[in-house]
Structures are given as structure tokens and as C-alpha cells.
Design a protein around this ligand. Structure first.
Ligand code: APR
Length: 259
């Protein structure tokens, strides 16, 4: 009697895909950082369960929206600043060091991919990051730590000390123009990859989610590692369900054994 064909479980299939790829592009969302202690946005208890998003236009027009932004930052920024990269971040660095990863496109603003050890130019931040503050008047940049201290000392609506302009964290708000150079770099990298590896994203926010969708339409194979279902699962050649910090290191190790 024929042996039943072993159906490779998805993680083993992903390991095989990684073993044979050489221009992998990772596309990450908040789910890659939850195991570093940073809540994601749309899981139960996530950021949008606790806060309503503050739109960019409201930030510009309404002093109370600005004060609420900095008030929230008193709670959220220390969590991001104290977070350490987890095993999923480190597994992606290992792929870069093995010469198999050509870029990390991230929606995250926590800077953990860079802290994990990626060459900074390999990380494309579509939504900016939480570690800087920009004056909307003169464009002067300052560290988030410095402005966070001002807010802690009671300055509830910090303005630029050089020109008096409005200060805003360098993370991109809803309704704020995207960093188009980064978006174009990300589109080019994703379309040039031989495996687009989506990790920890609900893939519901555009224009970011248009990047994996567009790459697949040009023929790039996609794999999704995510704790829950996403709208793009049907476009993926492999879907691995589970926790990134537990699964990705094992998958990368298995891929190395196959080479
Ligand atoms: N391992 C794998 N997947 C995880 C894990 C984990 N440990 N933890 C959470 N997830 C999954 C969740 O199931 C969810 O599908 O990660 C996904 C996170 O989705 P979102 O919270 O929507 O985060 P993200 O996709 O990054 O959101 C995109 O929306 O609000 C904006 O600017 C914000 O960049 C963000 C964008």
C-alpha cells in the first residue's frame, strides 16, 4: 500500500521556502513586538480598545488633541522605550546575517528591528518611529526622551524652543502624509524579493497593506505568520498560525538545517 503523502505542516513548508530563498523581505506589524511587552492595536485589549486614534488634522487644529497625544505618551512611550527585541526580531537578524534578507519593511514605530541588530538602512519604517519629535514649523528634530522629560515636568503642550512651532512625535498619525520615499523603497524591495514574509500584522491598514498585496500581484510568493486570520491569507502560499517569537526561531533554524 502506498505510503500516505506526508502533508508538510505549514511551519515546515515555510522553512523549506526560506531555505531556498535569497532575497527575503520581511513585512512586520505590531504582532512581532507583543512578546516584547508592547500591545498591538486590534487584538482584544489592544491600543484601539483603550484609546481612539487622534487624526493628524485634529492634532493640528485642536490644542486639546495635542495635550491628549502627549498625555497618552506618558503611558505608552515608556513601554516602547523599555522594550527589548524578542526572539522573532533576532531570528530576522539571523536571516540578514546569513545574507538571505534584503529588507525589513515595518509598520512598527518601536525601533526594535534596529535594536535587534539589523543594519539601519535595511529597515524601512512606513509609519515613522516613536523615538523622535519634529517641529512642524521649522522642522527641527529632537529626541523623544528630551521632550518626554518636558511633559513629565508639566509642559503639557510642548512647543519648539527655536521657533515656537508645534512639536509632534515622528510616528505617522492617521490622515498624516506617509513618508513617500520609504513607501517607494518598500514597494521596490517587496517586488524584487523572492519571498515576502509577513509577520504579526492584521493587514487591514492601507496604504501599508497595499505593499504585500501589490508584490503578490507581480508574482512574488508570500508567506504569512500571524496569530489570527488576515484578509490576505488567500494570497499566501503558506500561512503559519501562532506566536512569532515561538515559531520563527524554530523555522529559521530548520531552514538552516535544510541548506
Ligand atoms: N505572534 C504572531 N502574531 C501576533 C502576535 C504574536 N505574538 N501578537 C499579535 N499578533 C497578531 C494579531 O493577531 C494581529 O492580527 O498581529 C496582528 C497585529 O495587528 P494590528 O494590531 O492591527 O497591528 P498592525 O497590523 O501592525 O496595524 C497596522 O495600524 O493602527 C495602525 O499605525 C498602526 O502600524 C499600525 C497599523
Amino acid at each position: 500500500m502506498d505510503q500516505p503523502k506526508l502533508i508538510e505542516e505549514p511551519a515546515a513548508r515555510l522553512a523549506r521556502r526560506i531555505a531556498h530563498a535569497s532575497r527575503i523581505v520581511a513585512f512586520t506589524g505590531a504582532g512581532v513586538s507583543t512578546e516584547s511587552g508592547i500591545p498591538d492595536f486590534r487584538s482584544p485589549g489592544g491600543v484601539w480598545d483603550r484609546f481612539a486614534p487622534i487624526e493628524f488634522q485634529a492634532f493640528l487644529a485642536d490644542p486639546e488633541a495635542r495635550r491628549e497625544t502627549w498625555r497618552r505618551g506618558l503611558h505608552t512611550y515608556p513601554v516602547v522605550a523599555a522594550a527589548e527585541p524578542n526572539a522573532a526580531h533576532l531570528a530576522l537578524v539571523e536571516l540578514e546575517r546569513d545574507g538571505k534578507l534584503s529588507a525589513v519593511i515595518t509598520q512598527n514605530i518601536d525601533g526594535l528591528h534596529q535594536r535587534a541588530g539589523h543594519s539601519p538602512e535595511q529597515v524601512i519604517e512606513l509609519h515613522g518611529n516613536a523615538h523622535g519629535v519634529r517641529c512642524l514649523g521649522c522642522g527641527a528634530w529632537s529626541s523623544r526622551d528630551a521632550v518626554h522629560r518636558r511633559v513629565l515636568e508639566g509642559d503639557d503642550e510642548p512647543v519648539c524652543r527655536a521657533c515656537g512651532g508645534l512639536l509632534k512625535p515622528t510616528s505617522v498619525s492617521f490622515g498624516e502624509p506617509m513618508p513617500w520615499d520609504e513607501v517607494r523603497r518598500a514597494e521596490r524591495a517587496a517586488c524584487a524579493s523572492d519571498l515576502l514574509l509577513v509577520i504579526g500584522s492584521s493587514l487591514v491598514v492601507y496604504p501599508a497593506a497595499a505593499i504585500p498585496r501589490g508584490a503578490v500581484q507581480t508574482g512574488v510568493p508570500m508567506a504569512i505568520l500571524n496569530a489570527t486570520e488576515t484578509p490576505l491569507d488567500g494570497l499566501a502560499g503558506v500561512v503559519v498560525r501562532g506566536r512569532a517569537a515561538e515559531l520563527l526561531p524554530a523555522i529559521v533554524q530548520q531552514a538552516k538545517r535544510r541548506v
